[in-house]
Design a protein around this ligand. Structure first.
Ligand code: SF4
Ligand code: SF4
Length: 251
């Protein structure tokens, strides 16, 4: 889990940072990061199921430090969610649900549900750095927006909501970009609810849980096949992952 900050003071605990007078970044930003990262995460959640299994497990096995800047994406995402809470629309907002996924008990908070013919439309607010245009046309490049992990996350939520008496008939993502260089600043992305992804989610949970029970990691190369794009830039535990893979001769 995250122990604290890697910063001009060295590797420091969150408690140390709370009492530090340097204010290397705005204090409310640092305090917000501390509040939202100091507790241990559950092993499984609707979003973690679709993350790299090695990163989910290393997050449980290791204590590590992050720079305050590396978590700005999380802050920006919460800013967007807070603004969206002011959206004046009839619906169910941020309702926490508990549900079963196979033999696992999960908990989650779908962003927004809007009543529509036959049930509800499930909406998830997402942020991204940039919305790209396709090279060969003026169309939006959807492959960076309609990610399998988001389809999986919404399929799992639809499954959980059904257990809570809420039928999801369709879903979409509302994306908000950070960069002013984005082709357009925000975009709607319809998502098909694929019930088959629920079975895949259960298998992923079983896979992660079995490694957790044995305190092992799945082979590096297997995770690489799916999550190669994350390793260098978006994985906070990559050093631990590479050390382990190197020791086992998997690199
Ligand atoms: S205020 Fe900045 S320099 Fe001081 S401990 Fe916190 S992150 Fe480190
Ligand atoms: S470095 Fe890559 S393979 Fe290793 S934990 Fe991170 S995302 Fe997974």
């Amino acid at each position: 889990m995250i122990e604290g900050f890697h910063c001009p003071e060295g590797d420091v605990t969150f408690e140390h940072c709370s009492n530090c007078k340097r204010e290397c970044r705005p204090r409310p930003y640092l305090d917000w990061l501390i509040d939202n990262n100091k507790d241990r995460r559950n092993l499984l959640s609707p979003s973690m199921i679709w993350s790299c299994p090695r990163s989910v497990l290393l997050n449980q096995y290791t204590d590590y430090y992050v720079t305050p800047d590396s978590r700005y994406w999380m802050f920006y995402g919460t800013v967007v969610h807070s603004i969206m809470e002011q959206w004046k629309v009839e619906g169910i907002r941020e309702k926490r649900i508990n549900f079963k996924l196979g033999r696992f008990e999960l908990s989650g908070c779908p962003d927004c549900l809007i009543s529509c013919e036959g049930g509800y439309e499930l909406i998830d607010f997402k942020t991204t750095n940039t919305v790209y245009r396709r090279k060969d046309s003026d169309e939006i490049e959807m492959k960076y927006l309609l990610k399998p992990e988001y389809e999986g996350q919404l399929a799992v939520y639809a499954h959980g909501l059904a257990q809570n008496g809420i039928k999801v008939v369709r879903a979409k993502l509302y994306y908000f970009a950070r960069s002013s260089k984005s082709y357009i600043p925000c975009v709607t992305v319809p998502v098909e609810i694929k019930p088959a992804m629920v079975e895949e989610a259960i298998q992923r949970c079983e896979f992660i849980q079995s490694h957790f029970d044995n305190k092992t990691l799945p082979p590096y190369q297997d995770c690489q096949k799916e999550f190669n794009w994350k390793c260098k830039l978006y994985c906070e535990v990559n050093q631990f992952c590479w050390e382990d893979a190197s020791q086992k001769g998997e690199l």
